[in-house]
Ligand binder design. Structure first.
Ligand SMILES: NC(=O)c1ccc[n+]([C@@H]2O[C@H](COP(=O)([O-])OP(=O)(O)OC[C@H]3O[C@@H](n4cnc5c(N)ncnc54)[C@H](OP(=O)(O)O)[C@@H]3O)[C@@H](O)[C@H]2O)c1
Ligand SMILES: [Zn+2]
Length: 350
């Protein structure tokens, strides 16, 4: 059987999840009817890949599992019954969200609301950190010449999630204000760049002073440590009672600040819980201040196409920490696990 080089989990959980990581040969993905094979030129890492190594998944995991949700590359081959998909040779970015295709949400173009939602890199699908990945042909989004593979590979998870948090779930518009928690992360740095681009006043938190400076270089008007209560009070005064929205992917470590920093009738959008998923709910604050807590996951193909358009017009340039060959996956994962990265870590299987 033909094989490809890939980054995969050979086990899950345990004391040292990074010890589960392997770079080596895996069987070439199968080309099924309605699907396509993509030769990956750039694939970005997400915290999701770390959760998989830790054994945290919405589906039962089985080793080996090729990791990775995000990829850009060239269409290698199309399976039987594919109509209207970009032909072999076309440069594409892959929409990672795979729904059942038949429920009301999927038919309405919202597979991220499907009750059977899965992502590339989750069972039963192989992931994108490989030379070849199998993708539903309907999930291929052609790339204009002006969008590079490395920038495109950042879009399908972090930028898509941030886009949906800001505009679809928080409904932010130019002139409004947002607090982004955990500035150094992939989703958070995407949110800072996208909000700045849209004329939204951005504030950011980070545990790391260097990342706070980076947030301001990316366009944030101000930044502070998440445990700096005086800075949080000052933000509340400056924004006349709080920001219009808070984006929180950090969870327990920042939840109280999220509920304190938002204005009455504002919205706190949650897409992750890196530091833990069970903070005190502070329900008194939620109802007394009439807050909305809005969850969100990934985004639609139409939202991904809008992001590709922003990159094509050169308005958006994703923040990339560095680009490495597959062989250096271990060092990339170590950076992600320790929070050393600034923006996105990209692997280039070619
Ligand atoms: N629902 C979805 O569709 C979706 C999509 C993408 C991501 N997510 C989730 O969102 C989270 C972020 O993903 P990502 O890929 O952006 O991860 P990432 O690049 O690893 O960033 C995580 C950031 O969280 C902050 N953080 C971590 N632990 C913290 C703590 N104890 N206290 C304060 N801040 C802490 C750090 O920011 P600082 O170092 O700057 O403080 C870190 O940079 C993950 O849990 C991921 O699973 C969900
Ligand atoms: Zn469905």
């Amino acid at each position: 059987m033909a094989s490809v080089r890939a980054v995969y989990a050979r086990a899950f959980g345990g004391e040292d999840p990074l010890a589960n990581l392997e770079v080596g040969e895996q069987p070439e993905p199968e080309l099924r009817p309605g699907w396509a094979l993509v030769r990956v030129t750039a694939a970005s890492l997400n915290h999701h890949d770390l959760w998989t190594l830790r054994g945290v998944s919405s589906r039962p995991l089985a080793a080996p599992q090729v990791l990775g949700c995000d990829a850009a590359g060239r269409v290698e081959a199309l399976g039987e019954g594919v109509e209207g998909a970009p032909p072999p040779g076309t440069r594409v970015v892959c929409h990672s969200v795979i729904g059942c295709g038949t429920c009301a949400s999927c038919r309405a173009g919202h597979p991220n609301l499907c009750h059977r939602l899965t992502l590339l890199g989750e069972p039963p699908h192989g992931g994108t950190l490989a030379e070849l990945v199998a993708v539903p042909a309907a999930n291929l989004v052609p790339l204009p010449d002006t969008v590079g593979d490395e920038a495109a590979a950042c879009l399908p998870t972090a930028y898509l999630t941030a886009y949906r948090m800001l505009f679809t779930r928080a409904g932010l518009r130019p002139g409004m204000s947002v607090l982004v928690q955990g500035a150094g992360g992939g989703v958070a740095s995407a949110a800072i760049l996208l909000a700045t681009l849209a004329g939204i006043e951005v504030h950011a938190t980070s545990r790391d002073p260097a990342k706070r400076r980076l947030a301001e270089e990316m366009g944030a008007r101000g930044s502070f440590a998440p445990d700096d209560r005086a800075a949080a009070r000052e933000l509340s005064q400056r924004t006349r009672g709080g920001v219009d929205a808070v984006l929180d992917t950090v969870g327990e470590a920042t939840w109280e600040l999220s509920l304190r920093a938002v204005r009455p009738a504002g919205v706190v959008v949650v897409a992750g819980a890196t530091s833990g998923a069970n903070p005190a709910a502070l329900l008194n604050r939620v109802f007394w201040r009439q807050l909305t807590v809005a969850g969100t996951t990934m985004g639609t193909r139409a939202e991904l196409e809008r992001l590709v358009g922003l990159c094509a017009s050169a308005l958006l340039r994703p923040l990339i920490d560095r680009v490495m060959p597959l062989a250096e996956a271990r060092s990339a994962f170590a950076d992600l696990a320790s929070g050393r990265q600034r923006g996105k870590l990209v692997l280039a299987p070619g």
